[in-house]
Design a protein around this ligand. Sequence first.
Ligand SMILES: Nc1ncnc2c1ncn2[C@@H]1O[C@H](COP(=O)(O)OP(=O)(O)OP(=O)(O)O)[C@@H](O)[C@H]1O
Ligand SMILES: [Mg+2]
Length: 334
Amino acid sequence: MMLHNNFGIDLGTSTIKIYDQKKNTITKEKNMIAIRDDEVFAIGNDAYEMFEKTPQNISICSPMKNGRIADVFQAEAVLHTLLNHSQSAVGYHPNLFFAVPVGMTQIEKRAYYAVAHRGKLRKCKIFLVDRPIADALALGIPIKKTKGSMIVNIGAQSTEISVIADSRVIVSKLVPIGGTQFNTAIRSNIRRKNNLHVGNKTARRLKMALADMNRGIHEGRKVVGTDCSNGLPRNGIITARTINDAIIENIRPIAREISPLLQRTPPQVHTNIQKEGIYLAGGSSRIPNMDKYLSNALECPVQLSTYYDLCTICGLKELVTHPAIWHFAYPTTR
Ligand SMILES: Nc1ncnc2c1ncn2[C@@H]1O[C@H](COP(=O)(O)OP(=O)(O)OP(=O)(O)O)[C@@H](O)[C@H]1O
Ligand SMILES: [Mg+2]
């Protein structure tokens, strides 16, 4: 019987993913918090449900920004509430393994300690795992043997580009672009082309329905928005082209960041990446033909992970359940 439970936690900007070893489950919930008059009003999916529907005295936001903790108190409230949902499993002194961006400052590392080490969890042990290492474990990359593997994880507000070689992450760059930036660009394209104002959730729905990097499609969707000239509600037809143009605008800078990293890797590493292809993960890699687009832009094969947004948490699961590879995790303290 397990005395201490172990949890893997991927604190994403849009969703938090938790692996609970005792229950052997992965749960996913919106990383959102609703605050009314300085008091927590709702958390997780409940907070997201209210997004764009609340009166002005309720603010709804994510405790994260661009893949990093932005507000320790809010992140603590979300994490503890979600962990308490699996009450029986938290038990005493659990080990928590957080996937984190590479190259954090001491203060950023301490933020994970501050977020977790409270209340029922004040005796837990906290370990950090570099996100590309977690992704590599899920992707089955032999971390100790690989001569060079590149992973690109396109999330909600960040894209992490990393190269693993010699058992470690030799290059990593966090670019502040992801699905949220795609949504913002979609809204501004709709304003420009259709003179219509639509909300974030509508932009996200349109992205899910119409986005395709193989830009040949001529589909459209009817939406209700607010006319930008007179502020009255009206219908509009949004074409796939409007959506795809907005996404391409944001994917190009990502490709421009990957390219020099790829070129600057040592020849042996570069050859291996060309041979095995760039691994693509993260929720935003669900956009159809994103892999083909990047492969053309970078002149390098791209391998799409079918774990998508669950890639990192699946890697944490692999680590948590195999103590022999816990050396990839490092402790953090106050
Ligand atoms: N089918 C889909 N088509 C397009 N985008 C999608 C699809 N499914 C999810 N997404 C996008 O994926 C993003 C969430 O991905 P993910 O869970 O990897 O991000 P995150 O871990 O919360 O964020 P980050 O890693 O930036 O902190 C959201 O922006 C969402 O809109
Ligand atoms: Mg993520």
